[in-house]
Design a protein around this ligand. Sequence first.
Ligand SMILES: CC(=O)N[C@H](C=O)[C@@H](O)[C@H](O)[C@H](O)COP(=O)(O)O
Length: 227
Amino acid sequence: MDKIFESLQGGLIVSCQALEGEPLFGSEIMAKLARAAKLGGAVGIRANTPVDIAAIKAEVPELPLFGLWKVVVPGFDEVYITPRLREAVAVAEAGAEIIAIDATLRPHPEGTTAELIQAIKHTTGRLVLADIDNEAAALAAIEAGADAISTTLSGYTPDSPQFPGPDLELVARLAARKLPVPLFAEGRIHSPEDARAALDAGAFAVIVGGAITRPAQITERFARALR
Ligand SMILES: CC(=O)N[C@H](C=O)[C@@H](O)[C@H](O)[C@H](O)COP(=O)(O)O
């Protein structure tokens, strides 16, 4: 296993993302969130866009960074997490050690998912994290050479179950297969208990976003509980 992944085992990776239009949008703020995450014990960061990645790398250079770039390519609107080689190259150049991509089996703008994984590895030499929605996508990504798997997209595609909590069943099913690469649990992990349950289900490490870094989402859950 790559040394970078060894440093993440059993730990918490915090996704620091805000899209344009969200109150916390801006690289400076994302860098501060990453610093706060480090203070709280995060072992890695996940971030969107080359500018945010560069700002976070400058702020917490010691934390491995999972980089992605959400871009909508006309005709392929649903595949928006690092959909093409050019976005992956920009993410690598910005300083991410690991490049996260949409590794679902849906049509991609530049050939198959497997071809994208291979092109990114060949061109950037970086590790590739395959964001998958189900078991078939995970197995295909590993076959294509992905260095790690994350359950990021379960719940967001027609080929995955839709429910409000994390897909720990998918984590458990993948863990039972004893995959040759690290398995990250990600998506709608809303509490420390969810995170613990993901590790207990067999995840290698856990990636949490909104429950830590999207205050509007956190507030909404509290407000809803009071209604
Ligand atoms: C589906 C999709 O686009 N997921 C994105 C992937 O980078 C992010 O918007 C999520 O915040 C991230 O996956 C972490 O998940 P959660 O915020 O649920 O803890």
